[in-house]
Design a protein around this ligand. Structure first.
Ligand SMILES: Nc1nc2c(c(=O)[nH]1)N[C@H]1C(S)=C(S)[C@@H](COP(=O)(O)OP(=O)(O)OC[C@H]3O[C@@H](n4cnc5c(=O)[nH]c(N)nc54)[C@H](O)[C@@H]3O)O[C@H]1N2
Ligand SMILES: Nc1nc2c(c(=O)[nH]1)N[C@H]1C(S)=C(S)[C@@H](COP(=O)(O)OP(=O)(O)OC[C@H]3O[C@@H](n4cnc5c(=O)[nH]c(N)nc54)[C@H](O)[C@@H]3O)O[C@H]1N2
Ligand code: SF4
Ligand SMILES: [Mo]
Length: 737
């Protein structure tokens, strides 16, 4: 029998609403379409909306644990696999210490509510100093900037696209990525509406991107120089006496020191490095100042570069200095129903530098070491050796700089386990692979991305198909491993989670006791019970008042198209700030030290040719390539080159050329692209499905491509945050003989 189910797409941050026609008995998805009644996306979907049910169906996806036997794989029972893995991990920990276990955490974890809520438990109990994640090839500079400015590493200002009249986009390509840290289904519609109401849109990017194509103006910038451009913008604001903070003025500290630090960065001084003429920058500053509701937005191109933290921080500073932070049409703060953006009362000290990596002594940030340090840590020997590696929904061999070195270093590690659903470039090394259920087999809640969405909303997604008997959800795998490693029962650990959560919310619930919280949420199970509690304590919650107003999970579940909680509100930041004494301190020694490094960079010679990345609408990092409907079409793993750069090197359109960097060398087809800034070439990441022993025959057969990360130098880091520099990599390109 066919049934209609509404849920959100778990593939990217937009989290579009879907209408799925399914036959539950036969486990078949008959169609997936945009849900016209979804409170946010109103029917919009992109080409990847079909991805997750094809993943569910993919015959090469793992459904049961596998164990490596020589060069082959053998299916084993869950009990056998969990017992064996837990025993080995516990033995390593007991003999060599907790830091002999390394762990890498990948991006899909962020799209699964249950995994997210159990993550703290898993990471906390493993407690390894060798913890790496995709975050340090992504948003970690923004985390650091937010932690320094607002006291909450996950409190990100989002550009209020529906009300701005002047939108400046740097280092993001939302027309393809569908928006990141700005949560908007159908951003194309937002941009069209902006222009229809007479607004103006500027894109600053080393490539004339798909987003630049729908903007009023595009400015080329040399990769990695955004912090220089933005410091010059700040310089201009002080020089023009145009700093006007507005409502937050009383809370901002450090203006005089910032003015002093910005002094050397005049538009003329930075122009030779940025490639943006001083007059063009001044015109941009004029345009922004002359608009009613301007806003500046920066994304991954600003994070994963040499001055990622400074550039990310300066985006907020530029908005703040012009009164555009926490204001309508400016950079605003979402208020997710699960409460993670609310002030937590007690300011926490900055989590930075509490320990260092063994090999290069790089400081930890947010309990993590840079993913770019992973290979060298696995190369350590003796007392510092990594003896076991856990990867959780991640593919660092393709997604992390110098992936070939990671691939080789994995051979040094005696025991490896992957919590993953495919045998791919990374997991092929594992001794055991423990595959979780996939998205259709569990419920979901749009948790992380509601914290930086364009509108406040709450959205529950029901489970579509019952998992195969015995199959495990990711968080169950976490719990079962921890239980076995620590001689506890899984139910003890679940009880610990519930207890910890209830204790943490009680102080915010005057007059409500623990018993009441437990009784009122008792009809929900597992992670859903935790979700119910978070919703009820959150800013729209019913606060456990029976029959009262306010949200709880039952009410959210009753709204299959999502609950609209209204547009973002101005003036919410003071209640969200978590800094000492409630002030926004503009500067911090980490930033000041990096501004000195930035000043020194003004005089350094620039490489002749540099590499940047790009994304394609049908890709999602490295992991959708095994789906036939996304593997079709022309090769998209090509090197975009400006025709002059290519012709000058004797390379014709379509030729296979050799590209080399400090760490690697690849042969790749060149595609002429007059939208490239001269001196800049572009290659997408997530390809390179060429390793033996994987089980993704469509990926390796139909679009293997090459891995951009075989060219990216793992030595190069944004120093304050430890984020990989994947944009602005010095390369050479030669015609092949
Ligand atoms: N050069 C360059 N490198 C980059 C970037 C770039 O722009 N340029 N971007 C970076 C960014 S932003 C990111 S987020 C990272 C991504 O880096 P990663 O997260 O390491 O890589 P992915 O390719 O997303 O790998 C996802 C893995 O999760 C598995 N998986 C998918 N769904 C599930 C599931 O439901 N359960 C389990 N257990 N496993 C699952 C897949 O099989 C795959 O192995 O890449 C980064 N790397
Ligand atoms: N289709 C698709 N969508 C995705 C993903 C995907 O792989 N495919 N990945 C998802 C993930 S994990 C993330 S984190 C988001 C990322 O979302 P976005 O940040 O929008 O990602 P990109 O499309 O890589 O855009 C980065 C832009 O920065 C530019 N750039 C590179 N270097 C510089 C520089 O030095 N300065 C400036 N100003 N610009 C620079 C690039 O040319 C590119 O246009 O996308 C998500 N959405
Ligand atoms: S934009 Fe596409 S991939 Fe992203 S949530 Fe919407 S349908 Fe899914
Ligand atoms: Mo990402």
């Amino acid at each position: 029998m066919t049934q209609i189910i509404h849920r959100s797409c778990p593939t990217c941050e937009a989290s579009c609403g879907l209408t799925m026609e399914v036959d539950r008995e036969r486990g078949e998805v008959l169609s997936v379409k945009g849900d016209p009644d979804d409170v946010r996306s109103q029917g919009y979907v992109c080409a990847k909306s079909q991805a997750f049910h094809h993943i569910y169906r993919d015959p090469e996806r793992l459904r049961r644990p596998v164990k490596r036997v020589g060069g082959d794989w053998e299916e084993v029972s869950w009990d056998e696999a969990l017992d064996a893995v837990a025993a080995r991990l516990a033995a390593v920990r007991d003999e060599y210490g907790k830091d002999a276990i390394a762990m890498y955490y990948g991006n899909p974890n962020g799209h699964n509510f249950h995994t997210q809520i159990y993550t703290q438990l898993f990471i906390g109990m493993l407690d390894t100093e060798r913890f790496f994640s995709a975050g340090s090839v992504d948003q970690q500079p923004k985390n650091l900037s937010s932690e320094l400015l607002y006291g909450n590493a996950w409190l990100f200002p989002v550009p209020d696209l529906s009300r701005t009249d002047f939108f400046v986009c740097m280092g993001g390509n939302p027309m393809v990525s569908q928006g990141s840290l700005l949560g908007a289904p159908d951003v194309g519609r937002e941009f069209a509406a902006l222009r229809e109401r007479g607004g103006h849109m500027v894109v600053i990017d080393p490539r004339r991107t798909e987003t630049a194509a729908v903007a009023d103006q595009h400015l080329f910038i040399r990769p990695g120089t955004d912090a220089l451009l933005l410091m010059a913008w700040v310089h201009e604001l002080f020089a023009r006496q145009a700093v006007n903070i507005g409502a937050l003025a009383d809370r901002v500290e450090g203006l005089a020191a910032l003015e002093e630090l910005a002094r050397p960065f005049t538009p003329e001084a930075v122009a030779p490095r940025t490639g943006v003429p001083a007059a063009a920058l001044r015109a941009l500053v004029d345009g922004f100042a002359g608009a009613q509701r301007p806003v500046l937005y920066g994304r991954i191109g600003l994070c994963t570069q040499a001055f990622g933290t400074l550039a990310s921080w300066l985006v907020d500073v530029v908005n703040l200095l012009q009164g555009r932070l926490d204001e309508e049409g400016g950079a605003m703060f979402a208020r997710p129903a699960t409460g993670q953006n609310e002030s937590r009362g007690e300011p926490q000290p900055l989590q930075h530098g509490r320990w260092k990596s063994r090999a290069r002594g790089f400081p930890e940030y947010m309990s993590m070491l840079p993913a770019s340090c992973m290979a060298e840590e696995m190369e350590c020997t003796g007392a510092d050796a990594v003896r076991a590696l856990i990867t959780v929904a991640g593919n660092p061999v393709l997604s992390v700089p110098n992936g070939k070195r990671i691939d080789a270093a994995m051979d040094n590690v005696e025991f490896k386990v992957a919590l993953d659903i495919y045998i791919n470039e990374t997991t092929r090394h594992a001794d055991y692979i423990l595959p979780s259920t996939t998205q259709l087999e569990h419920s979901n809640y749009d948790f992380l991305f509601a914290a930086f969405a364009q509108r406040n909303f709450a959205r529950y997604s029901p489970q579509v198909f019952a998992p195969e008997p015995g199959a495990k959800h990711q968080h169950e795998i976490f719990v079962e491993l921890l239980a076995r490693m620590n001689g506890m029962s899984a139910s003890d650990l679940d009880a610990m989670m519930l207890d910890g959560l209830v204790d943490s919310v009680l102080p915010a619930l005057e007059g409500v006791g623990k018993e009441q919280v437990l009784a009122a949420s008792a009809h929900h199970e597992g992670g859903e019970r935790l979700l119910d509690i978070l919703l009820r304590v959150g800013p729209y919650g019913d606060r456990f008042a029976a029959g009262g107003e306010g949200l709880n999970l039952d009410k959210v579940k009753a709204q299959p198209h999502g609950v609209d909680l209204g547009p973002l509100q101005p003036g919410v930041l003071p209640q969200m700030l978590n800094t000492q004494d409630g002030c926004i301190r503009l500067l911090h020694p980490l930033l000041e030290a990096d501004i000195a490094r930035l000043a020194a960079a003004l005089d350094e010679p620039a490489p002749v040719l540099v590499l940047i990345g790009r994304r394609h609408i049908r890709d999602m990092n490295s992991w959708l390539h095994n789906l036939k409907n996304y593997a079709r079409g022309a090769d998209r793993c090509t090197l975009y080159m400006h025709p002059d750069d290519a012709a000058g090197r004797g390379i014709a359109d379509g030729d296979v050329a050799e590209i080399s960097s400090a760490v690697g060398r690849l042969a790749v087809p060149v595609e002429y692209h007059d939208g490239m800034m001269p001196g800049v070439v572009s290659l997408p990441h997530g390809f390179g499905h060429r390793y033996p022993g994987t089980r993704q025959s469509t990926a390796s057969g139909q679009l293997p491509g090459v891995s951009a990360n075989d060219l990216v130098d793992d030595d190069a880091l944004d120093l304050p945050s430890g984020t990989s520099v994947v944009n602005g990599v010095a390369v050479e390109v030669h015609a092949q003989p």
